[in-house]
Every structure is written in structure tokens, then in C-alpha cells.
Design a protein around this ligand. Structure first.
Ligand SMILES: NC(=O)c1ccc[n+]([C@@H]2O[C@H](COP(=O)([O-])OP(=O)(O)OC[C@H]3O[C@@H](n4cnc5c(N)ncnc54)[C@H](OP(=O)(O)O)[C@@H]3O)[C@@H](O)[C@H]2O)c1
Length: 319
């Protein structure tokens, strides 16, 4: 797909739907290996590079080409998928890379799937621009076994034209979702979703420890906690219905107030202490509710805590 193009273009090559584009995967940890395997299965000419070269052996045995250096990998590909530990490791891997202009071939597009912060992603976009690479930032929202399945959501942000041109290379990995031109958006969404995951997970783990203090096995508690309570009381539909209230900053307290919830949080702290389970997690939640009450939201419903979380840029006024 690199033939018949004008010489010396400086923008990334549009990935053609006619033939699978040559792809490089840089970084072959547990996730990078699965990305590379997915490209092999999808028929993309694949070049791989990893700091520890031996991690590429199996892929090479199955048809991938081993690059001797990152610049070798970049020179061989139209789209370079980077999947190392973080942004710092991206810079270390690429080093002082110099990719020669290849007549008839555009500068490659770097699709960076590392984890980090929004500002790190924006800095990486500038780093790529300095080297005349196209740059798209991304975040993988699923564990390795789900990669390549229709439910595997990958988030992307950066110039829309890069997302559109790379789409045929992004689609084999799962369900690509474009979030917007701000390069930091993919990792911002990623960290927000991960925060939800850890908060939920820790809620379950601490609750299981509380009940476990009375000798109840987690598997027994799961029947009620995960079989009924989570779907009935913490139902995503309910949270989704309340999302509009967050945007409107409307938190009517007729059915229950934040002050009442503060009382419940105090009971969780005192119960934790009573049964010998660490109380730091419920103490933090109680402190958050106390702060909201002190800010004047006590007679509104619990969602008014959002007013103490949101940044000045997105602030509402609910008191
Ligand atoms: N695994 C998951 O479930 C999952 C899910 C979603 C997103 N992710 C993201 O995917 C990325 C890769 O994750 P992973 O699970 O494959 O393992 P990882 O431990 O986060 O990353 C391992 C990879 O990074 C490379 N690396 C680390 N430091 C380096 C450096 N200074 N220079 C060059 N390469 C360096 C390693 O090379 P060596 O082999 O030489 O050590 C290896 O290829 C991470 O950003 C992670 O957050 C992972």
C-alpha cells in the first residue's frame, strides 16, 4: 500500500482498506505481545522491537520481523504501535531516533498506548511533532485476553485525521473510540475509569473484610452483595439517570440528605474499628462527606459531594 504515492509527503499515510498496512509494535510486555499476535492474525506485515530482544522470539517464529532498533522498526511501518510501561520508557526506547525520508512513503504515525497523565500525553505529541511523526494517543481499556474481541474498547485522542487514517490498523484490536483532538483526553478518560474500577473493587474488598470479621466467607457474602445489592442498589442505570443532575447541579434532598449519609459513613468507620478492620478507607469517605456538609450541601442528596470534586472550570452552584 506504499506504492503510487507522491514523493516526500510529511503527513502520515492513510491506512488503506485494500491491503493490511505494515505495522510495528514497540514493547512486548504481556499487552504488547497480544497486540502483536492480533496483527499477525489479521495479516498485517509486522515488525517488532523490544528492549529485551528474546521476548520477540515466539512472534518471529510465527512470522513477525525482528527490528534491530526502534528506528529500524519505525522505518518498516506506516503505523507504529507503542506499548511500553509509560511515557518515560517511550522516550528511552526511541532515544535519538532518526528515521530517514523514504521516497513514496509518508512519515509514520505513532500510536502510543502507554499509560500516564494527560499532560504527559500532550508532551509526547510535541515530542512526536519535533520528529515529524504523526501522533495519536490511546488507552487500552481491557486486559490482554480481551484484545481483538468486539467488546475490547480502545480510547484515542489527537488529530481526527490521524484517527481516521489509522482506523483500519486500530480496528483489529477491538472497538476504537475517538474522544477528540485534545491529545490528553484518552489517558484522562482512562484514569477516570480506572479510578471507578479501584473504588468499586476496594468497596467490595473492604465490605467482604467487614463481614468476614464474623467468619462469613467472601463467597457467601457475594450472594447478597454482588448477586442482589450491587445490581439493585448500585445499578448503572441509576447512576446514569443521575448524571444529568450532576450537569445541572441539582441535588434535591427530599428522599435522603447528605447529612444522613454522613451518619452512615460514621457507622462504617466505627464498625471497622470495633471489628478490627482498617478504617482508613471509610474514614476518607467520611471526611469527604464532612467537607461537603461544611461547604453547605448537608440538606441536599449525596450526589452533591460532586460539587466538592469538580474543578473550578466545570463548577456548578447548588447551595
Ligand atoms: N497488561 C494489562 O492488563 C494492561 C491493560 C491495559 C493497559 N495496559 C498498558 O499497556 C502498557 C504495557 O503493559 P504490559 O502489561 O505489557 O507491561 P508493562 O510492565 O507495563 O510494560 C512492559 C513493557 O515495557 C517495556 N519497558 C519498560 N521500561 C522500558 C524502558 N525504559 N525502555 C524500553 N522499554 C521499556 C518492557 O521491556 P522489557 O521487556 O525489556 O522489560 C516491556 O516491553 C502499559 O502502559 C500498561 O499500563 C496493560
Amino acid at each position: 500500500m506504499t506504492t503510487n504515492r507522491p514523493t516526500g509527503p510529511t503527513t502520515p499515510t492513510p491506512a488503506s482498506a485494500l491491503a493490511p498496512a505494515p505495522v510495528a509494535v514497540v514493547g512486548l510486555g504481556p499487552m504488547g505481545v497480544v497486540l502483536a499476535e492480533t496483527y499477525l492474525r489479521a495479516g498485517h506485515p509486522l515488525t517488532v522491537w523490544n528492549r529485551t530482544a528474546a521476548r520477540a522470539d515466539d512472534l518471529v517464529a510465527r512470522g513477525a520481523r525482528r527490528a534491530g532498533s526502534v528506528s529500524d522498526a519505525v522505518a518498516a511501518a506506516e503505523v507504529v504501535v507503542v506499548c511500553t510501561k509509560d511515557y518515560e520508557s517511550l522516550y528511552e526506547a526511541f532515544g535519538d531516533i532518526e528515521v530517514p525520508e523514504v521516497p513514496g512513503r509518508a512519515r509514520p504515525l505513532v500510536v502510543n498506548l502507554n499509560s500516564g497523565t494527560p499532560e504527559e500525553a500532550r508532551t509526547a505529541a510535541s515530542w512526536a511533532a519535533d520528529r515529524e511523526f504523526g501522533y495519536l494517543d490511546g488507552a487500552i481499556m481491557v486486559p490482554p485476553p480481551m484484545v481483538g474481541s468486539p467488546g475490547a474498547v480502545f480510547l484515542y485522542s489527537g488529530p481526527r485525521e490521524h484517527f481516521d487514517s489509522a482506523r483500519p490498523v486500530l480496528e483489529p484490536l477491538g472497538d476504537p473510540r475517538y474522544l477528540g483532538p485534545d491529545t490528553g483526553l484518552a489517558v484522562l478518560y482512562n484514569t477516570a475509569l480506572l479510578e471507578m474500577m479501584y473504588a468499586n473493587m476496594n468497596g467490595w474488598l473492604h465490605a467482604a473484610a467487614l463481614v468476614g470479621s464474623a467468619g462469613v466467607p467472601a463467597a457467601d457474602f457475594a450472594e447478597l452483595a454482588l448477586g442482589w445489592f450491587a445490581p439493585a442498589v448500585l445499578a448503572p442505570e441509576g447512576l446514569r439517570a443521575g448524571a444529568g443532575d450532576l450537569d445541572r447541579a441539582e441535588y434535591p434532598g427530599e428522599l435522603g440528605t447528605l447529612r444522613m449519609n454522613l451518619n452512615a459513613l460514621d457507622h462504617i468507620v466505627r464498625t471497622s474499628r470495633e471489628v478490627g478492620v482498617p478504617d482508613d478507607q471509610p474514614r476518607l469517605m467520611r471526611e469527604i462527606a464532612e467537607r461537603a456538609v461544611a461547604a453547605g450541601y448537608g440538606d441536599l442528596n449525596y450526589l452533591a459531594v460532586f460539587e466538592t470534586f469538580r474543578t473550578a472550570a466545570g463548577s456548578g452552584a447548588a447551595r
